[in-house]
Ligand binder design. Structure first.
Ligand code: TMP
Length: 208
């Protein structure tokens, strides 16, 4: 994404620590005097709210193809409503989940990547996407073993993780081992974010 701001997405299976790392990154940026905005998908907009109701419904679940369409619609709305305007104002956008969640989750249910990519063609590409990688056992333990969405079962999470790791191999997203203590994960995430911001001239290339 070109422009003055920077767009960073955080990905991972359920219970990988995304919301914590988004918060810590936001705090790190604020301490440096940089303005950031925290957001997530499904978004807080009308389509995002509709999706949340659907994925919390354990019976009569919606088709994975229909969900892929809804997530893409939510993403395009989210991009137009919040992501693009924030980047144009020079802000750093931190998103808890983005396109790669669709590739991993709907992909794990058999939807082709080619089709998902086509649906999301107009969504802005993040400057950096960090995968917080944990095993499904760790993820399920961290969410307390109580599934809140149709996706939170260990077999599906294993397939989702495998697809995320394929995206890492393809060089689209960067893996951080999130099984380690939070301090270490945070240090690696900070380094990646600072590297990006230096590369974009948002922070001084000599600063720590
Ligand atoms: P979360 O708010 O706990 O992350 O829940 C959102 C759920 O939605 C999570 O299980 C992943 C799923 N999801 C998809 O399946 N596809 C997507 O494109 C997105 C953004 C989320």
């Amino acid at each position: 994404m070109n422009g003055k701001g920077a767009f960073i997405a955080f990905e991972g299976i359920d219970g990988s620590g995304k919301s914590t790392l988004v918060r810590l990154t936001y705090e790190m940026l604020s301490r440096r005097g940089l303005q950031a905005v925290r957001t997530k998908e499904p978004s807080s907009g009308p389509i995002g709210r509709f999706i949340r109701a659907q994925i919390g419904e354990m019976d009569g679940r919606m088709s994975a193809w229909a969900l892929a369409l809804l997530f893409a619609a939510d993403r395009l709305d989210h991009a137009e409503r919040l992501i693009r305007p924030s980047l144009e104002r020079g802000l750093i956008v931190l998103s808890d989940r983005y396109l790669y969640s669709s590739l991993a989750y709907q992909g794990a249910e058999g939807v082709s990547w080619e089709w998902i990519r086509e649906l999301n063609r107009l969504a802005p590409k993040p400057d950096l996407c960090i995968l917080l990688d944990v095993s499904p056992e760790t993820g399920m333990r961290r969410i307390g073993g109580r599934p809140k969405t149709i996706f939170e079962n260990e077999r599906l999470q294993e397939r989702v993780r495998r697809l995320y790791l394929e995206l890492v191999e393809e060089g689209e997203i960067i893996r951080v081992d999130a099984e380690r203590p939070l301090k270490e994960v945070q240090r690696d995430v900070n380094l990646l974010v600072q590297e990006l911001l230096k590369g974009r001239g948002i922070i001084d290339s000599k600063s720590q």
